[in-house]
Design a protein around this ligand. Structure first.
Ligand code: 3H9
Length: 684
């Protein structure tokens, strides 16, 4: 039974059991709807506890039902019916009480939760707003400021914080059902708390709304839902309960059918499918209980921190004691940063650091199940490390190279047990960035590949399988974007114009600001390696800047000038002259650029490259390309990733605009695969 009833004397316990996350699918809504009628009619029931089986309280509306014809009973009506039930309902929450699940809880007379539970209204992450009273009831319990924070960020809060905010009545220690029964028995049921609709909202001054909107516009750029959620809370504070519910409903329906909501649902399901690719169904990952990390620079220390996040003990290897000292200091710095940011407690930070043993001798890795090399990006250096690892590690230990562009097949060439080698590409900073590219070689065993995915899941990262090529998926696409950005400069635009256009599109920063932040030297090193291999590279402007010693913020000069002490770039006369000279030398015709033309010139070739990656089998799915761009390259989530964005806008338009750019010499023409998808209308 999806919704079942048990009796504990005068207390009825309604249990929802709808794996995996008790989403409010039609069967759950119907079951609860019927239960309200049944319980209202039972005179000997004094109170009702609403609890859930499995790993969580109801995690929200069933997202897979969005986009399909709505089915009764509707969630908003169910919420209202619980609120108006003859018996007081008590929501007993564990896991994540989210979205519609939390809206149901808000309609109950009481809310209790385990200390480990969290509650929230994450609808903005799906491009929508709460649609069953969340924006109207939350400010009546927690006040306007807290409600604005909850609905505009979508971030859940832990039970103790929720209690401080007035969102829940008690935090339960021990068994949830027992604790809830005790809570129910202790309640003065003749004097139940007021319903949300009967609670006043403490007003805020007009400047609150002006400031909140200004801050939000800055944060969310062209993402629609958070601003609309803010507007709903404002209406809730200004109009009647009924009017506010109607306004929320109207906004919800409008957003639910919007392209942004469709894009964010696409991302939601891509993210959940990514850790479990169908090609690894039935494959048991090789167990990983202990990890070794070679190298403790920024990347190595970040990887060690990510492994500790997964709860794995780490053996950190450096060449000598002084390098090891610096590496362990890097690790301390990462954890201190997490404590300062409030992400972990001082005790958790200490546990993380204590789980790392520093060593200078590879024999310490004799029993490690998996070893990740994070040394210099140089084929010979990496090959030397693995030749030595092959003699010190168990023959079934998984040996991993962390590389952003050196070919793993070449790194492992000729070593014994080739089935145990794997490439992983962590994005920097490794302990923060969600994306992990997983690169098997031709010989990698499926159990080893599967272990890579399991490791990513344990680290709370989004794994994407990539084939062997220069830059894999992320860096290969970024290379196209940066090359296009230079083409646009050479034909008349300025770095300020290009960066501004990409920000307005939704990127957190433009390509030139991003290069200045990361440093121009690492891409330059990569280009030299590519040239040595005989590849063609196109970065005439970046190469001139590197030759001038303009490496970005770290040298106070890159694509922009950085006056002493400032991280805010200023347009540079030197760069203007470099662009002018290079354009004149190459006889590039000058033209004017609008923001949308800049976005097209930068991103349509990226889509084209995505189609190539799919055709070459480097990317398995278009959704993987979308995830790489969202989590690794700053593509706006609310546009769904470049492949979704291109498809949603119409591929025939993409092909026509790319053809026009190619005609002007500003991009390569659409590849065959892109033309074919556009012609047949077949989804990527
Ligand atoms: C809403 O409520 C709107 C209302 O205001 C108004 C309506 C009128 N629906 O993440 P996991 C599936 S909007 C359907 O790996 P975890 C997921 O696809 C909703 N399915 O687990 C996956 O399936 P599979 C607001 C859902 O333990 C499986 O559950 N709520 C839903 O790491 C496991 O997911 C949210 O946005 C759903 N709502 O994390 C909450 N949620 O196994 C979204 C999950 O086939 N969900 N699935 O791949 C989450 O944040 C996480 O899933 C949660 C568990 C924290 C709950």
């Amino acid at each position: 039974m999806t919704v079942s009833l048990t009796r504990h004397g005068a207390i009825a316990v309604v249990c929802v059991d709808h794996p995996p996350v008790n989403a409010l699918s039609q069967s759950v809504r119907q079951g609860l709807w019927d239960m309200i009628g049944t319980l209202d009619a039972l005179d000997d029931v004094l109170a009702v506890i609403l609890i859930c089986a499995g790993r969580t309280f109801m995690a929200g509306a069933d997202v897979s039902e969005f986009g399909k014809p709505p089915m009764e009973p509707h969630l908003r009506n169910l919420v209202q019916r619980i609120e108006e039930a003859r018996k007081p309902w008590i929501a007993a929450m564990h896991g994540s009480a989210l979205g519609g699940g939390f809206e149901i809880a808000l309609a109950c007379r009481y809310r209790v939760a385990l200390a480990t539970a969290s509650v929230g209204l994450p609808e903005v992450n799906l491009g929508i707003i709460p649609g069953a009273g969340g924006t109207v009831r939350t400010p009546r319990f927690a006040g306007i400021e807290a409600a604005v924070e909850l609905v505009t960020t979508g971030k859940p809060v832990r039970a103790s914080k929720a209690k401080q905010m007035g969102l829940i009545d008690a935090v339960i220690e021990g068994d949830l059902l027992e604790g809830s029964l005790a809570f129910a028995q202790a309640c003065d049921l003749a004097n139940v708390p007021a319903l949300a609709q009967d609670r006043p909202i403490a007003p805020v001054g007009p400047e609150f709304w002006t400031n909140a909107e200004a801050a939000l516009v800055k944060r969310v750029r062209s993402e629609a839902a958070p601003l609309r959620a803010l507007a709903c809370v404002k209406v809730a504070s200004e109009r009647s309960f009924t009017d506010a519910l109607a306004f929320e409903r109207e906004t919800f329906l409008e957003l639910r059918g919007s392209p942004q909501a469709s894009a964010m649902r696409h991302v939601f399901f891509c993210e959940r499918a990514a850790p479990r690719p169908s090609e690894l169904n039935g494959v048991t990952p090789r167990p990983v209980r202990t990890v070794g990390v070679i190298g403790s620079g920024t990347m190595g220390a970040g990887i060690a921190a990510a492994c500790r996040e997964a709860g794995l003990p780490v053996i950190l290897i450096e060449q000598d004691q002084s390098a090891l000292g610096r590496g362990l200091a890097n690790l301390l710095h990462i954890n201190d940063g997490a404590v300062t940011a409030g992400r972990i407690s001082a005790q958790q930070a200490a546990d993380k650091v204590n789980g790392v043993i520093g060593q200078t001798d590879l024999t310490a890795l004799a029993e490690a199940d998996l070893v990740i090399e994070a040394v210099f990006e140089d084929l010979a250096v990496k090959r030397d490390v693995f030749a030595r690892l092959a003699t010190h590690c168990r023959s079934d230990a998984i040996l991993v190279t962390n590389t952003s562009y050196v070919d793993p097949q070449q790194i492992f060439e000729g070593l014994s047990h080739p089935e145990r080698f794997l490439g992983l590409h962590f994005f920097s900073p490794a302990q923060v960035m969600k994306l992990l590219e997983i690169i098997p070689t031709a010989q990698t065993d499926p159990t080893v590949l599967s272990a890579g995915f399991a490791l990513a899941r344990a680290m709370n990262k989004i794994p994407v399988r990539a084939g062997l090529c220069d830059g894999f998926i992320g860096n290969r696409m970024l290379k196209v974007l940066w090359a296009q950005a230079e083409r646009v400069l050479l034909s008349g635009a300025t770095p300020v114009q290009v960066d501004a256009a990409m920000r307005v599109f939704g990127q957190p920063m433009g390509p030139f600001e991003a290069q200045d932040l990361g440093g121009l030297d690492s891409a330059d090193f990569q280009r030299k390696t590519a040239r040595a291999r005989g590849d063609t590279v196109f970065a005439p402007l970046a190469e001139r800047l590197v030759a001038l010693g303009r490496l970005g913020q770290k040298t106070k000069a890159g694509w922009y000038d950085y006056p002493e002490g400032s991280r805010q770039g200023q347009a540079s006369l030197v760069v203007t002259n470099v662009i002018k000279e290079a354009g004149e030398e190459a006889l590039i015709p000058q033209r004017t650029w609008s923001s949308s033309q800049i976005v097209d010139a930068l991103l349509l070739p990226v889509v084209n490259e995505g189609a190539r990656l799919l055709a070459e089998g480097i990317a398995m799915r278009a959704s993987d390309i979308d995830l790489v761009n969202i989590h690794g390259c700053g593509f706006p989530r609310w546009l769904g990733g470049p492949m979704h964005w291109a498809q949603a806008g119409g591929l025939s338009g993409v092909v026509a605009r790319l053809d026009a750019l190619a005609h002007e010499g500003l991009a390569e023409p659409p590849c065959d695969a892109l033309r074919e998808h556009s012609f047949t209308g077949r989804a990527f």
